[in-house]
Design a protein around this ligand. Structure first.
Ligand code: SF4
Length: 200
């Protein structure tokens, strides 16, 4: 798929729609969200699946990076690629995102779809309720999490005194790239693969 200017415009339209929805989800789930500036847990270890259009948009963002930041990203990328060469191919390759600089996303405006959902509980493709990995660090959803059974605890919620229930939303990439709004604007996402595989 060749990503055109028109595709990018459609994608930006979708991002505006999605940001509103995600903003409402974050607001609703705020008693369970402990994200704060300087916390980069979600970007420290992952695969970061990107579709073709998301990747094209991310690359568009690199044009606005200052020289030092661009050089740092290139250095990070080089290190990740080298680490990948050493990696056992039968296992998932998890790494720090090369765009994470001083614990901040250097391409925040251009970040991918899953980046925008970092911190929320969500449903997997198999319809399993998942909470962010930072629960193990005593962060998101840890106030209502049953660590032994690896699920949200009804008992903890009832004892918490919080009115809003802890809820998972359909914010997995499979859902965010397949819904009626996307169809209505004729947006195409193209192939999906881990971010690092987009870099030749
Ligand atoms: S693109 Fe930005 S938000 Fe997404 S994983 Fe990388 S550093 Fe984090």
């Amino acid at each position: 798929m060749v990503v055109s200017y028109e595709d990018i415009k459609k994608y930006e339209l979708y991002l505006a729609y999605l940001e509103k929805k995600l903003g409402a989800f974050f607001e609703e789930q705020s008693p369970y969200i402990f994200c704060k500036e300087g916390c980069s847990h979600c970007c420290e270890k992952g695969e970061y699946p990107f579709t073709e259009i998301e990747f094209a948009y991310l690359m568009l963002g690199t044009r606005f990076l200052d020289k030092d930041t661009f050089n740092q990203v290139e250095k990070n990328m080089f290190e990740v690629k080298n680490a990948k060469k050493e990696h056992n191919e039968n296992e998932k390759f998890m790494h720090k995102c090369p765009f994470l600089i001083n614990k901040k996303c250097s391409l925040y405006k251009f970040r991918g779809l899953i980046c925008r959902t970092h911190g929320l509980a969500f449903f997997s493709k198999e319809n399993k309720l998942l909470v962010p990995a930072c629960v193990d660090k005593g962060l998101n959803y840890s106030n209502v999490y049953d660590f032994e059974n690896k699920t949200i605890s009804v008992e903890k919620f009832e004892n918490s005194g919080i009115k809003q229930e802890p809820l998972a939303h359909n914010v997995g990439l499979h859902f965010m790239t397949n819904n009626s709004f996307i169809d209505s604007i004729g947006l195409k996402f193209g192939e999906i693969k881990p971010m690092i595989e987009w870099f030749k």
